[in-house]
Design a protein around this ligand. Sequence first.
Ligand SMILES: [Zn+2]
Length: 150
Amino acid sequence: MKPTPADKRIEDNMQPGSISAEGFLGQDTRSLADIIRADQMAVSKLGLSHQQIADRLRELTDLGKKGLGSPIEHEGLLIAVDDYRGMIPCPFQDRISHDKRLTTCTSQKDGLSIRWSDLNVHMIEAHGFYEGLGSPFRVDPQTIAELLFT
Ligand SMILES: [Zn+2]
């Protein structure tokens, strides 16, 4: 399918230095549609849905917020929530913005760790987008399944 001008604008928003310094695509050379399609397949294969993943991430962020800046322990996970100044808009041009909040979840058993922002949760829920390979904020579905759905 040929990208529309709107698709082009979204892909521009994803480049480093547009909305975020690092951008959203990392070293990924695939089109946005291909990235989303591949993650959709990965998520289905894991027996999960974007909604289930977004709900789980949001639940853990809400728990972690209770630590008021200090990590909390929950079911063998260490959850830390850090707030940063300002808001970040969704690159999909839907007029949604989120606080710059980062949740880091680490297994107390083996140290496996994953982090996500509030914007990641929105992009997973609304757009099925986990960011490109090599992006510093990519939320890998496989790691989510291993760490948060066992
Ligand atoms: Zn959005």
